[in-house]
Design a binder for this molecule. Structure first.
Ligand SMILES: Cc1ncc(COP(=O)(O)O)c(C=O)c1O
Length: 397
């Protein structure tokens, strides 16, 4: 008897699980590995958020199933509405257009299960966040990958998606500011996308957990700013990256009421909701944390400059994307992405993510995350320089 379900054959081991075990193996043999691979902020959650959690966790009223209010606590959903209104001028009904999630990653799965029928095509970008690709076959859907190319500023060319694919497509997942490329979209692109999707009745799923991590020259955007977007769109967002809360598992999906309702129905049968104490501490973050977002941007901006200067000295020229805390860089010296990442790990114990981990259009690139202390970043950059110089003294500057 085959104990494991057939659908598991289509599900890859999650990328960062592989990388984490690789780091552990190196460290177990005394190696000092510096990881630039995982987008997990190094700074702690701000103290007043932890303090709020400490207070509310003592209230027994918060110890029971968080199912009184199905879409998450009303107070949490009201805070999400205030946050979206303040930041993007988007008006959301806390009753119908907001659902609390255990992180946006959970929402991606819920969406697939609530919306995608077996055989439906789901469009995703390539390169793209691995969470989309893995969840499509779980729902019995089929994947169609839309390339993101540097010559198009890493934006999808929607006119190139064949009409017969569009007719079978149920949804399109995309994300700007973009992981892994760091590219940002603008309002004009979002408007065109909404018009294109409405005409073809394709649901747009904008995964927006980096909406606040934008450097000068780009606008912070929500897809829901586009008039009429709610007719056909939902948007995920998350507290993970802005308030250093990746471990807390809290996020939200906002937008189309019907989709939110269906996702809620699926979710309440699976997770019963997010711990109330975490929702209450998150309200504090969303209502009072704007200064923390500013200081976070200062930190990543500083590291970004440091890294770009170092890569310039290594002869790796980059036109960096203006969003996220990632840098998407060309692999030097004609190596493949995987050869380069493996060589760095073997030679100097620095872990970067090969571009192909995000799809075949990531070939020729690697991704680096700026979520580590400045001194460790400086050390990693120095080691990378040594490795690149060693392999190709003639081409390194
Ligand atoms: C594009 C994208 N979507 C979703 C997530 C998951 O975020 P969360 O912590 O809210 O589940 C990530 C995390 O790296 C991401 O990069």
């Amino acid at each position: 008897m085959d104990i494991i379900a057939d659908r598991m054959k289509d599900i890859p081991t999650y990328l960062f699980m592989h990388l984490r075990s690789k780091i552990k193996r190196i460290e177990a043999t005394g190696g000092d590995c510096i990881s630039l691979s995982i987008g997990d902020p190094d700074k702690p959650t701000p103290a007043y958020i932890i303090e709020t959690l400490r207070e509310v966790v003592l209230d027994p009223g918060n110890h029971q199933y968080p199912t009184d209010e199905q879409k998450g606590m009303l107070a949490f959903r009201e805070s999400v509405s205030r946050w979206y209104q303040r930041k993007y001028g988007v008006t959301l009904s806390p009753e119908n257009e907001v659902l609390a999630l255990g992180g946006s990653k959970e929402g991606i799965h819920n969406f697939m299960m609530a919306v995608v029928n077996p055989g439906d095509i789901v469009l995703i970008t390539n390169p793209g966040y691995p969470g989309y690709r893995a969840n499509i076959p779980i729902a019995g859907g089929r994947t169609y990958e839309v390339p993101l190319l540097e010559k198009n500023d890493f934006l999808p060319v929607i006119e190139d998606i064949p009409e017969d694919i569009c007719r079978k497509a149920k949804a399109f997942f995309f994300n700007y500011p973009n992981n892994p490329t760091g590219a940002c979209a603008n309002r004009n692109f979002f408007s065109r996308l909404v018009a294109w999707a409405k005409k073809r009745q394709i649901i747009l799923v904008h995964d927006n957990p980096y909406s606040e991590i934008v450097f000068s020259g780009c606008e912070k955007l929500s897809l829901l700013q586009i008039p009429g977007a709610k007719d056909i769109c939902v948007e995920f967002n998350s507290l993970s990256k802005y308030y250093n809360m990746t471990g807390w598992r809290i996020g939200m999906v906002v937008g189309n009421e019907k989709i939110i309702e269906a996702m809620c129905k699926f979710k309440e049968n699976v997770t019963s909701g997010v711990f109330n104490a975490i929702q209450l501490a998150s309200i504090k973050a969303m209502d009072e944390g704007d200064e923390d977002i500013q200081s976070m941007l200062g930190i990543y901006g500083r590291r970004r400059k440091m890294a770009l200067k170092a890569f310039d000295q290594m002869g790796i020229s980059v036109k960096p994307g203006m969003g996220t805390f990632y840098l998407w860089l060309p692999v030097p010296n004609g190596q493949s992405s995987m050869e380069f990442a493996t060589k760095l790990l073997d030679e100097v114990c620095v872990l970067v993510t090969a571009g192909t981990a995000y799809g075949e259009y990531g070939e020729g690139y690697f991704r680096l995350s700026l979520t580590l202390p400045d001194d460790r970043l400086a050390e990693a950059l120095e080691r990378m320089k040594q490795s690149i110089d060693k392999g190709h003294p003639a081409t390194a500057r």
